[in-house]
Design a protein around this ligand. Structure first.
Ligand SMILES: Nc1nc2c(ncn2[C@@H]2O[C@H](COP(=O)(O)OP(=O)(O)OP(=O)(O)O)[C@@H](O)[C@H]2O)c(=O)[nH]1
Length: 323
């Protein structure tokens, strides 16, 4: 369990009608924590608020826009108000859950928690949970709409509405989703019924000693039709820290916009310890971690991004090998 004074935040995203409110209701039924819920709806009138089964939660609505764009300031104000009123002993909560609109891009929401100093002090993203409408997602992915970013950003992908598709379709969908985001855990549900222990206590934006590596990281994804894809790079030879620093600053500045998420463990020449890094678009953090010990050192990097020039990235990475 985490000993961090910051409040964990679960971000629930997913396309229109995917099953986010159903997920939230299952979440609330199972949890012993006291939850502050922020529901964002596009229209003037909040409907979801009425669909959430109320027990001991604080529910705050942010309407008339999307927290990923035009009402992002409202999100920061709401979160600041929540932490202030808690400090004053006026309300109590152990976790914040944010249900985004179906049209939200989770990237700017995540960035809010990583960029704003007040947010960094008070909150820690636990995980991004993306609810997928298994029946309709392929169409949305083909259209390259917000659902791509929602899948690309997820730590947990809940393939919901599996009652509406065949086993074959489900298998194809899982392959497609894994190609877009090999980081994420994938769960299959109907009515978003999931054991919440599977989707909490991730702290996915902490720099962890051990990254959660899906076996699919080890396979490259050449054959795809989505412009958001992933690339995994593995190297057993030690890397040169100076060259890596230069490469990363180039990547973040030039490709930042199209790099959704990236994470890695690095084996640096002359260093006994592992380096862990991760980033979201232009936000990047790296940290020295524990020693390699008995483990065979090797670097593993994964990028999830739009229109990645995989060949070029591979070549650039190769140039970082210590000579
Ligand atoms: N057949 C089927 N229907 C489902 C399933 N999960 C949810 N639904 C239905 O899908 C509709 C949308 O579910 P919600 O949980 O409200 O979805 P949402 O993502 O919160 O929707 P918005 O907030 O409008 O974007 C509801 O009528 C649910 O009863 C499922 O697994 N199978």
């Amino acid at each position: 369990m985490k000993k961090d004074p910051r409040t964990p935040v679960t971000i629930v995203t997913g396309y229109l009608g995917a099953g986010k409110t159903s997920f939230l209701n299952h979440f609330l039924r199972q949890t012993n924590e006291k939850i502050a819920i922020i529901v964002n709806e596009y229209g003037d009138i909040g409907i979801d608020d009425q669909l959430i089964e109320k027990t001991k939660e604080e529910i705050i609505e942010i309407n008339k826009g999307c927290i990923c764009c035009n009402v992002r300031k409202d999100l920061i104000d709401t979160l600041s108000m929540l932490s202030f009123t808690r400090e004053q002993g006026m309300i109590e909560f152990d976790r914040v859950v944010i249900e985004t609109t179906g049209l939200a891009d989770p990237a700017p929401i995540v960035q809010t928690f990583l960029m704003d100093s007040k947010m960094i002090e008070a909150y820690d993203i636990d995980s991004v949970c993306t609810i997928v409408d298994s029946k309709h997602i392929s169409m949305h992915l083909d259209q390259k709409d917000e659902s791509l970013s929602q899948v690309a950003f997820a730590d947990n992908i809940i393939l919901n509405k599996i009652d509406l598709i065949s086993i074959d379709q489900l298998e194809k969908l899982k392959k497609r989703i894994t190609k877009i985001n090999p980081f994420a855990n994938i769960y299959e549900t109907t009515n978003s019924k999931i054991d919440i222990n599977k989707v909490i206590h991730f702290y996915s934006f902490d720099l962890k000693d051990k990254l959660q590596m899906h076996p699919a990281f080890l396979h490259d994804t050449h054959h795809h039709h989505d412009n958001v894809t992933s690339l995994s790079l593995i190297e057993t030879q030690p890397l040169d820290l100076g060259k890596l620093n230069m490469w990363f600053s180039y990547l973040v500045q030039i490709l930042g916009e199209s790099l959704y998420r990236y994470k890695g463990i690095l084996y640096i020449n002359g260093k006994k310890k592992k380096y862990i890094f991760q980033g979201v678009h232009m936000l990047f953090a790296a940290e020295e971690q524990t020693e390699w010990g008995d483990a065979s050192p090797r670097s593993e990097i994964v990028f999830i991004g739009k229109d990645l020039n995989k060949q070029k990235l591979k070549e650039q990475f190769h140039k970082c090998i210590s000579r």
